[in-house]
Write a protein that binds this ligand. Structure first.
Ligand code: PEP
Ligand code: MN
Length: 293
């Protein structure tokens, strides 16, 4: 079994078994009472799970810009990624900035996912768009909509896993309450995402609150994903912060990757090249293997 398989979120790897229990017990004895791998296991479809020891790497461009998504998807798949991300409806700060390809972008993402046997995830900004996301596997609620309760309630009525990003001024308790809006409407498949919060520090785009990962694991059983791309806004800081998140027990990471970051139509300063991402994946695998040894 390769290292990638060992940390795979493939549901078939989960045997509810002694090996998983042993792993959890070992984590417990190593880190005292801290055991991050006990979150609920969420079935993502197509044989993939997250949580309870199933780790997922989510990667792709900030925005789907066109046909580039096909080549990028196959490179990411080769690096061990099972979930392809890409924004089609983009929440941009400035109305003059590229707003995403909309429906056409979603269609490209679905096609690239199918061709490479990957799950897909994309941000949904309004409940009015739910129909458009019919063929997208996982719906992402972005930081700006974390506390959009009407959207959360509607997503709670869907049968798709929801990745809920922490708002830039949302406390840990508020984030859990936001997740409960989704579960109370009937959808238990919620994944939380730490993507940095806004502080007084201007050096980074946001401040990566790595302690929130451990705190959330203590407070609730939702799987947790870390997004060091938006947390830092700087490509040089993405790998070290991704590894910090893995050390803190995340169930997955989400990383922005672009074949030519300087030409990216959004978030170019934080995108990794496919090669940088591949190297990061090796380090993530080593770190994960160490923690679950
Ligand atoms: C994104 O993932 O593309 C995004 C806009 O992230 P956030 O909502 O965390 O800013
Ligand atoms: Mn982005």
């Amino acid at each position: 079994m390769t290292e990638i398989n060992q940390m795979s979120g493939n549901c078939n790897n989960h045997d509810n078994s002694d090996s998983q229990n042993n792993r959890q017990l070992k984590m417990k004895s190593t880190l005292n009472s801290f055991n991050p791998y006990t979150s609920r296991i969420i079935d993502l479809g197509k044989g993939q799970c997250i949580g309870g020891g199933h780790f997922q790497a989510i990667a792709g461009p900030c925005s789907i810009e066109g046909e580039h998504i096909f080549e990028l998807a196959s490179l990411l798949k080769a690096s061990g990624v099972s979930i392809l991300r890409g924004g089609a409806f983009k929440p941009r700060t400035c109305p003059d900035s590229f707003q995403g390809l909309g429906k056409a972008g979603l269609e490209l993402l679905v096609q690239a996912g199918r061709e490479n046997e990957m799950l897909t995830i994309s941000e949904i900004m309004s409940e009015r768009d739910i129909e458009l996301y019919h063929d997208i596997d996982i719906l992402q609620v972005g930081a700006r909509n974390c506390q959009n309760y009407s959207l959360l309630k509607e997503l709670g009525k869907t049968n798709k896993p929801i990745l809920l990003k922490r708002g830039m001024a949302t406390t840990i308790d508020e984030l859990i309450s936001c997740a409960r809006y989704i579960t109370q409407a009937g959808n238990e498949r919620v994944i939380l995402c730490e993507r940095g919060i806004r502080t007084f520090e201007p050096k980074t785009r946001n401040t990566f609150d790595v302690s929130s990962i451990a705190a959330l694991h203590n407070e609730c059983d939702f799987p947790i994903v870390a997004d060091p791309s938006h947390a830092t806004g700087l490509s040089a800081l993405v790998a070290p912060c991704a590894l910090a998140a893995v050390a803190c027990g995340v169930d997955g990471i989400q990383i922005e990757v672009h074949e030519n970051p300087q030409a990216a139509m959004s978030d170019k300063d934080q995108a990794l090249t496919p090669n940088e991402f591949k190297n990061l994946m090796h380090d993530v695998e080593s770190m994960h293997a160490f923690l679950t040894r």
